[in-house]
Design a protein around this ligand. Structure first.
Ligand SMILES: O=P(O)(O)OC[C@H]1O[C@H](O)[C@H](O)[C@@H](O)[C@@H]1O
Length: 431
């Protein structure tokens, strides 16, 4: 992963960060890097995530998925960090295995997603770090029932990834299901490069070693200076821009296959940094599609945004057929890939010309190696940003609050948070 922060400089953009400010910030980056390295060395909670490329064992993951390695369809049941990393990987890469992700519990959507799957050739990948997340367990119970109704033994076709203890671990033990462990010290949104993200990749036949090698190469770049480390350059620049008014970070991959990566990034950034009244709001966008919906705001709206472009060299292309319509003749000389590239460069230049900060994150290809580097790089960027903000990057108490309220409402225990639901202030306007 390479990062180009030129269009975030104060000489180009407002808000922008001057080269002198970046050099001053680099002293804080050096100190933060020391804390990060120490946290990694001690395997401290959260920091341990950055050790994953060396800790994850691809053979163990492949052995666990072996019984379903020939599945035509894989149903992944998980939410947030237990879904988005796997979805980012498998949505980016080509595979013959159909992948279905059940995170939401919208009943009509769940039913539609499960319709028409040949269950005898399907596998279930259920993932929950805590093993208690209501949405995941509810959807898993639904999926089990669908298999039972079709006369397919789900116990033969299920892989569980969860923590050491909890209801999902009990269930895996009771039915003797193949299971993998969410590594200790690794929060869900930082777990893409463990079994959490890689079981789905393994069933789809992707190269796990290459994913980890790409991540390991990114780990090698971590150093005490943002000018030498792409991940830290990104984390430090976004932090500096946020402090200068760019409280919104619109992440805009220029590849359809990377659309899910913006969703993964949004959870990483929002849940890790959104605390103590701090944090940048991540927004998901997609090039070129959102040039025709959101770009007007990004170029001419409030100066509260950073646009993060994610680009990847495509290995496929398609020529645009020639036409004798004179005004369209120029298209016939080009390919769709060239059009995409030209639109990206034009959009990037248009933002810079309007003095709007933007950063380019470049991947050399959409393949396992580059994806591993991207996932690791963005996680390291986030950990660095958390150090600079001074927040507890690895907790998410605000999310836990709503989880407790939900459980309380459904009778899953006594949770004082549930009482707040009854106290809602109303000012209704009815038709
Ligand atoms: O993996 P689980 O324990 O099921 O958690 C799934 C998700 O639940 C919560 O929403 C947390 O805030 C997320 O960080 C987590 O990724």
């Amino acid at each position: 992963m390479n990062v180009d922060i030129g269009n975030a400089l104060a000489s180009v953009a407002s808000p922008g960060v001057s080269r002198a400010s970046l050099e001053r910030l680099d002293e804080q980056v050096a100190a933060a890097h020391e804390r990060i390295e120490a946290g990694m060395e001690n395997a401290d909670h959260g920091y341990e995530s950055l050790n994953l490329p060396a800790r994850t064992d691809p053979d163990e993951i492949r052995a666990a998925v072996e019984p379903v390695a020939d599945a035509d369809a894989l149903i992944t049941v998980g939410i947030g960090g237990s879904s988005l990393g796997a979805a980012t990987i498998v949505d980016a890469l080509e595979s013959d295995t159909e992948t279905i992700f059940l995170d939401n519990v919208d009943p009509a959507w769940v039913s539609t997603r499960l319709d028409g799957i040949a269950l005898e050739n399907a596998a279930i990948n259920v993932v929950s770090r805590s093993g208690t997340t209501a949405e995941t367990l509810a959807n898993f119970l639904v999926v089990r029932e669908v298999f039972e109704d079709a006369g397919v033994d789900w116990t033969e076709r299920t892989i569980v990834t969860t923590g050491d203890a909890g209801p999902l671990r009990d269930l895996a033990d009771r039915h003797d299901l193949p299971s993998l462990k969410v590594p200790d010290g690794v929060p869900g949104r930082f777990s893409a490069l463990s079994a959490v993200g890689m079981v789905a990749a393994a069933v789809c036949g992707h190269d796990l070693e290459a994913l980890l090698a790409g991540a390991a190469a990114e780990r090698e770049t971590l150093s005490g200076s943002l000018f030498e480390c792409p991940a830290y350059a990104y984390g430090a620049t976004t932090y500096a821009l946020d402090g200068r008014g760019a409280g919104v970070n619109a992440v805009m991959p220029y590849a359809e296959s990377l659309e899910t990566s913006a969703e993964w990034f949004a959870q990483l950034w929002a849940e890790s940094l959104g605390k103590d009244d701090l944090g940048q709001t991540p927004v998901r966008a997609l090039g070129v599609t959102d040039q025709h919906s959101q770009l007007q705001l990004y170029r001419a709206g409030p100066r509260d945004k950073l646009v993060t472009f994610v680009t990847a060299d495509a290995d496929a292309d398609r020529s645009i057929p020639a036409t004798d319509v004179e005004d369209l003749a120029y298209l016939g000389d080009a390919t769709l890939g060239e059009l995409l590239e030209a639109e990206f460069e034009a959009t990037e230049a248009s933002l810079a010309a309007a003095g709007r900060p933007n950063v380019r994150v470049e991947l050399e290809a959409v393949d396992e190696y580059e994806l591993g580097g991207f996932l690791y790089g963005m996680e390291a960027a986030c950990v660095l940003a958390g150090e600079l903000y001074g927040v507890n990057t690895f907790e998410q108490p605000a999310v836990e609050w709503a989880k407790n309220a939900t459980r309380g409402l459904l009778g899953g225990g006594e949770f004082e948070e549930a009482e707040a639901v009854a106290e809602k202030t109303e000012l209704r306007v009815e038709r």
